[in-house]
Design a protein around this ligand. Structure first.
Ligand SMILES: Nc1ncnc2c1ncn2[C@@H]1O[C@H](COP(=O)(O)OP(=O)(O)OP(=O)(O)O)[C@@H](O)[C@H]1O
Ligand SMILES: Cc1ncc(COP(=O)(O)O)c(N)n1
Length: 271
């Protein structure tokens, strides 16, 4: 019998036909980090670098069947959620996390695509806060998502720290508020809060419009590293290096906000 250890991660998210975000970004990132990737698709989007042209949610039954299929046979070391679209799908995901007693759960609370299309119904924000956060290990909002989840304006780093505390109080064990949308011209700083201390992950800001899928890719890299058994600060540090390389060496694909380069991190390591 083969005794080699294979680490496995499941993404529960939407499909991005353009390949830069969603399920596609997650699976590419898992693969690049040597983790076997699996998916449960919540919605199909018709999307490219110019925007979203259609959103087609799947039924709750379809989501349940996909999650059960992979969990009962293959097994899961870590899961990530992305576009969940509706309160009904969020309820399904929260109940499956409890049923399978998953601990390595990373929530990327995807709400709105760059062009403004809604990827989460407005009324579903409540379900993320009440159902998903209490059963999650890490949440990775960008600044606008953190503002919606905490109902506060975030301008300064102190505002971000207060928002992180507020999210922690909802039951999630670690909060990462990303800095891609912050005002800083020179740096992009991500903040990690574990209920006790704040940690900062800082890299220079890259001047580019090719940032489609950065949030998905970053959260997927954290998930892959957790699947391998890394600590949260180590996983976030590797994810920061992964996304920085992917933005810095982007591919220039499409006529709008292009995708990042998922193989840049591996290539930079000579692999
Ligand atoms: N221009 C940039 N230069 C360097 N790092 C960046 C840049 N933009 C985003 N990042 C990094 O990418 C990751 C994702 O952050 P961001 O805040 O952009 O997430 P997001 O808003 O969910 O993604 P998206 O903008 O694709 O929706 C973070 O680690 C952030 O610091
Ligand atoms: C299916 C899907 N999921 C997520 C995003 C957000 O992407 P980003 O990582 O750029 O916030 C997207 N545009 N499409």
């Amino acid at each position: 019998m083969d005794t080699k250890t294979t680490f496995k991660a499941l993404t529960i998210a939407g499909s991005d036909s353009g390949g830069g975000a969603g399920i596609q970004a997650d699976l590419k990132t898992f693969q690049e980090l040597d983790v076997f990737g699996m998916s449960a698709i919540t919605a199909i989007t018709a999307q490219n670098t110019l925007g979203v042209d259609g959103v087609y949610p799947l039924s709750e039954e379809a989501v349940i069947k996909q999650i059960d299929a992979v969990s009962t046979d293959i097994g899961v070391d870590a899961i990530k959620t992305g576009m969940l679209f509706s309160s009904e799908i969020i309820e399904v995901v929260a109940s499956k996390i409890k049923q399978y007693e998953w601990k390595n759960v990373v929530i990327d609370p995807v709400m709105i695509a760059k062009g403004g299309s809604r990827l989460l119904q407005e009324e579903a924000v409540k379900a993320i806060k009440e159902q998903l956060l209490p059963v999650s290990l890490v949440i990775t909002p960008n600044i606008p998502e953190a503002e919606v989840l905490t109902d506060r304006t975030i301008r300064t780093l102190d505002d971000r720290k207060e928002a992180a505390k507020q999210l922690y109080d909802l039951g999630v064990k670690h909060v990462v508020i990303k800095g891609g949308h912050a005002d800083s011209q020179n740096e992009s700083v991500d903040l990690l809060y574990d209920g006790r201390v704040f940690d900062y992950f800082t890299r220079n800001r890259i001047d580019t419009q090719h940032t489609h899928g950065t949030g998905c890719t970053f959260a997927a890299a954290i998930t892959a590293e957790l699947a391998k058994g890394q600590s949260i600060p180590t996983a976030v540090g590797i994810a920061k290096d992964f996304i920085h390389a992917a933005i810095e060496d982007s591919l220039g694909i499409g006529n709008g906000h292009g995708p990042t380069n998922h193989w840049a991190y591996r290539r930079a390591r000579g692999r």
